[in-house]
Design a protein around this ligand. Structure first.
Ligand code: ADP
Ligand code: MG
Length: 287
């Protein structure tokens, strides 16, 4: 039988937009000493806006935006949303795209008007040999993506996301509760360092490819930590499964939700604080 206090706390949690998929997770919530947050969509709102864009190698800036937006039409990444909105605001008519492919954590590619258009991370552009050409001055608040057309570097777009209003407070509270906080992101070092310092987190893992996320969680566990991790994407599922408490955030994919122990409907870091408080309070009452 489920003890009454647990049943009550679980329904209280549900009213607070925390969906608990198994009771062990709730029990484990009180043991969490390390929290790994994904950046985009959890610590930030994940509503990217294009701040500037430029053409290279004879490509016009508007043309770069048009091709990038056309190629991103089938992507569900928040970066795609930002690019598409900017293209719509500029009244660009987008041609159809075909053969869309998602290269998880590195970008996308699609065929547009008979050309292969890729929109990719700085890391991937470097891997493809565009290291020097892909040198662009960016502020620490800007996420850069590069646009390749038939293998030529056609330009770049800079995007900025917004820090969630509740993030700093949630991190501060977790720290006061004795919990270490880390950011894990596929985004570049500069962006990760800046934001994690701004939020006064204990550290960050930047440029982490999807298949490395699980490994990072494992490393923390090998240090003897009891790890909770938040994530939304398909690529976060193995890391969520590896974590002692896997937390899927609201707008995320079904795959992440199915793997997770707990789902945060609002994707709000404050709800992680609530979760641990509920867990601690519940099991204190039982002893
Ligand atoms: P995050 O930690 O922000 O969730 P992801 O692993 O989803 O990071 O993505 C890592 C990087 O891969 C992004 O910062 C971006 O450079 C690139 N990327 C991912 N998806 C796309 C996309 N649809 N279009 C362009 N670039 C993308
Ligand atoms: Mg992600």
């Amino acid at each position: 039988a489920i003890p009454l206090v647990v049943a009550i706390s679980t329904s209280m949690a549900a009213r607070n937009q925390l969906l608990i998929r198994n009771r062990t997770a709730f029990e484990n919530a009180r043991k969490i000493d390390t929290l790994v947050f994904d950046k985009t969509g959890t610590l930030t709102l994940g509503t990217f806006a294009v701040t500037r864009y430029e053409g290279r190698n004879g490509f016009d800036a508007q043309e770069v935006l048009r091709l990038a937006a056309a190629a991103e039409q089938d992507s569900e990444h928040p970066i795609a949303g930002g690019i598409l909105k900017t293209a719509r605001d500029a009244n660009l008519t987008l041609p159809a795209s075909r053969a869309f492919e998602n290269r998880t954590g590195e970008g996308i590619r699609a065929e547009v008007e008979g050309k292969t258009v890729e929109v990719v991370s700085p890391g991937y552009a470097t891997k493809r040999g565009f290291g020097a050409a892909a040198q662009v001055d960016a502020t620490e608040a800007e996420t850069l993506v590069f646009v390749l057309v038939d293998g030529t570097l056609a330009g770049y777009l800079a995007l900025s996301d917004q820090v969630r209003a509740t993030s700093a407070d949630a991190i501060r509270t977790l720290k006061a509760m004795g919990i270490k906080t880390y950011m894990m992101t596929g985004d570049v070092e500069n962006v990760a360092r800046h934001l994690s310092q701004q939020l006064q987190m204990d550290g960050y893992f930047a440029g982490v490819l999807p298949d490395q996320k699980q490994e990072k969680v494992k490393q923390l566990q090998h240090e003897g930590r009891f790890v909770a991790m938040t994530g939304d994407g398909v690529n976060d599922a193995p890391a969520l499964a590896q974590a002692n408490v896997g937390i899927a955030v609201g707008s995320g994919t079904d795959v992440a939700a199915e793997t997770a122990d707990i789902i945060l409907v609002e994707s709000d870091p404050q709800d992680v604080v609530k979760l641990i408080r509920f867990g601690r309070a519940t099991y204190r009452k039982m002893i």
